[in-house]
Design a protein around this ligand. Structure first.
Ligand SMILES: Cc1cc2nc3c(=O)[nH]c(=O)nc-3n(C[C@H](O)[C@H](O)[C@H](O)COP(=O)(O)OP(=O)(O)OC[C@H]3O[C@@H](n4cnc5c(N)ncnc54)[C@H](O)[C@@H]3O)c2cc1C
Length: 627
């Protein structure tokens, strides 16, 4: 493998072959498959493509090992039945569909439930060291919405172990990696993919990747919201690249607000407090000290049996006759409950609620099971979670919506040669993702995407062409902010950071956890105004590591995905999963048969309603059982 960092590219920068642009040298590389993103999905896709014989490269916006996947704490959901022998893929499939409020692409949910155990064992074969049960099996922990404890984990650092293992595998296979390189446009030859253009963050050098297949594994969109667990890279690039290339997105109205992000101090607002705290016994209390989640258990989950109290603890009994703490209801339910408590004036001093594990588990247990959380609160908030409750509140965490793909191959609908896997792909999680289902998703569909991309390339007769004019257009657009700065005397120019703050506030205030028609209308008007202002964002300074320039470019995708979310949220007149409408508070069975498909018409986002694919009878039967 060659891991390249600016300014030294992997291969010596080749002069642009027939792609002259005034004053520019272009670094050019040829591959069969280019994987954009080095999180779990990207690494697994690249390993799959490479092992299938494709010349493969990984391109990532930040450093290798720094993707979101590394931050995943709780674990990988897989029905290995190590803790509950009665667990199996059908139960996992049913939990996933129910968690997603039945809007999931059923075939993806099925493949995920069937293949996740194999992908976990494969990780172990490649060197991952999971926590063990007393019998020596891979330990599995409880998480919201899962009928059985099934998250394979490594303390609260599962993502770190997963990335470490996949990275080591990719390195040992010799896959080329281009770090700190942001892809800003896909290229096509006719309808099919022919490559991608990006720039190196440190030097500003433009890079052209000529490749017949591109796998997008770019993760989420959280940076469009003011309070988020997502880091700076998550500006919805893969979502926008797909739209601009003629593909479509599905389920964009469904954004997951994780119930527990830090709320204090302001500098760390939004940083995730893992669900493992609740999985390991933590409970939520309001300012009156009341475990308020008992007031919010939907009929859907609760059996006739009411709460029970044993050994000083409280539980409710679910439809499967399992005792469940109500803090482990699906995330959308818990986030809305916290929101309601805060609105009712029963919140914590800094606008959240209290998450208390200190009064329920001893200090040694907490430090052993939740080492990252212990340090996170100690260092960032000066709170000792073994002695005091944490203050927490909802934070924008995950987007269920994403690239519309073929469920078996992850091929993007309508764009031959384009694939998407991981958080950037839509369908798998429906209206709401269950915790732990993302890490399984990355592995299962990362592999499938990589395998399918390699197979697509091997079936091609020749290589697609890259048109000079297309490359010129990308470079021209990218350099525009510098030209504007030069002309700033004559024209009013905009500041990219101010535009970003305005967009984040709009999305937080008007397209957040609870939505209404009037606010969504306002949001769309404000997004349209921002869209008109973004082309006037001027950037000063040079191209060597200039974050203002990078942001000016990212704003295009941030605005595009924001428009997708707001438009789809306005169209879906019901409440379901990660989409709550104050003016349509009920789940509407008619909407339960429809997906919203988002496309780009060259100027704005358009919407279409599409019936859900029909679930086969043998799977549909699973939902008729009286549990
Ligand atoms: C704090 C936190 C904790 C979580 N805990 C869990 C958990 O316990 N269990 C679980 O199942 N899920 C969890 N999740 C969700 C899960 O981690 C993510 O959904 C998942 O890791 C996404 O993986 P990915 O491979 O799709 O993308 P990511 O890991 O997000 O990686 C995206 C990659 O794309 C690159 N990229 C983006 N845009 C570009 C571009 N334009 N050009 C080049 N590269 C680009 C990035 O640099 C990065 O390398 C958590 C998420 C967070 C934020």
């Amino acid at each position: 493998m060659s891991v390249s960092m600016t300014p030294e590219p992997t291969a010596a920068p080749a002069p642009a072959q027939g792609v002259p642009y005034p004053g520019e040298s272009l670094e050019v590389h040829d591959y069969d498959v280019v994987v954009v993103g080095a999180g779990g999905a990207g690494l697994r896709a690249a390993i799959g493509a490479h092992e299938a014989g494709a010349r493969t490269a990984i391109v990532c916006k930040s450093l290798l090992g720094k993707a979101h996947t590394v931050m995943a704490e709780g674990g990988i959901a897989a029905s290995m039945a190590n803790v509950y022998p009665e667990d199996n893929w059908r139960v996992h499939f049913r939990d996933t569909m129910r968690g997603g409020k039945m809007l999931n692409q059923w075939r993806m949910a099925q493949l995920h439930a069937q293949e996740a155990p194999d992908r976990v064992w494969e990780l172990e074969e490649w060197g991952a060291l999971f926590d063990r049960t007393p019998e020596g099996l891979i330990s599995q922990r409880d998480f919201g919405g899962h009928a059985y404890a099934r998250l394979a984990h490594v303390g609260d650092r599962t993502g770190l172990e997963m990335i470490r293992t996949l990275q080591q595998r990719a390195v040992s296979l010799g896959i080329d990696v281009y770090m700190e390189c942001t892809i800003s446009r896909l290229l096509k030859d006719g309808e099919a993919i022919s490559g991608a253009v990006g720039y190196r963050r440190q030097s500003g050098q433009f890079v052209l990747f000529r490749a017949p297949a591109v796998v997008l594994a770019t993760g989420g969109i959280g940076r469009s919201f003011k309070v988020t667990s997502n880091s700076w890279e998550y500006t919805g690039d893969g979502h926008s690249l797909t739209l601009w290339a003629g593909g479509s997105l599905v389920n964009m109205e469904f954004v997951q607000f994780h119930p527990t992000g830090m709320v204090w101090p302001p500098s760390v607002k939004g940083i995730l407090v893992t669900e493992s705290v609740r999985g390991d016994g933590g409970v939520l209390r309001n300012s009156e000290g009341r475990r308020f989640m008992f007031d919010y258990i939907p009929e859907f989950f609760r059996a006739e049996t009411a709460e029970s109290e044993e050994e000083g603890d409280r539980w409710y009994t679910d439809k499967r006759k399992n005792r469940r703490p109500p803090e482990l209801l699906p995330r959308d339910e818990v986030a809305r409950a916290i929101n309601s408590e805060v609105k009712a004036g029963r919140g914590s001093p800094h606008g959240g609620v209290f998450l208390d594990i200190a009064s329920r588990r001893d200090a040694e247990y907490i430090r052993k099971r939740l080492p990252s959380m212990y340090h996170q609160f100690k260092e960032l908030a000066e709170v000792d979670i073994t002695a005091e409750a944490m203050e927490v509140g909802p934070t924008c965490h995950y987007v269920m919506g994403g690239v519309e793909v073929d469920p078996d191959t992850q091929a993007a609908v309508g764009v031959p040669g384009l694939y998407a896997a991981g958080e950037v792909a839509g369908g798998m999680h429906g209206a709401n993702r269950l915790g732990g289902n993302s890490l399984g998703d990355l592995l299962v569909f990362g592999k499938r995407a990589g395998d399918a991309a390699a197979s697509y390339v091997s079936g091609l007769g020749g290589r697609p062409a890259v048109a000079d004019a297309d490359v010129h257009r990308v470079l021209h657009e990218a350099l525009l902010p510098f030209d504007l700065a030069g002309a700033s005397g004559e024209k009013k120019v905009e500041n990219a950071y101010e535009l970003q703050v305005e967009l984040q506030e709009t999305m937080h205030d008007l397209v957040g956890i609870i939505r209404t028609q009037s606010e969504l209308d306002r949001a769309l008007k404000e997004i349209a105004v921002l869209r008109g202002r973004v082309p006037d964002a001027a950037v000063r300074g040079g191209r060597v590591y200039n974050p203002g320039w990078h942001l000016a470019m990212d704003l295009h995708s941030m605005l595009t995905v924001s428009e997708c979310i707001a438009k789809a949220a306005l169209e879906r007149r019901e409440s379901r999963g990660g989409h709550t409408r104050d003016d349509y508070p009920k789940t509407d069975p008619e909407w339960g048969t429809l997906n919203l498909i988002v496309r780009w018409d060259g100027r704005e986002v358009t919407l279409d309603r599409q019936p859900l694919p029909q679930m086969p009878a043998d799977l549909a039967e699973l939902f008729e059982e009286k549990h």
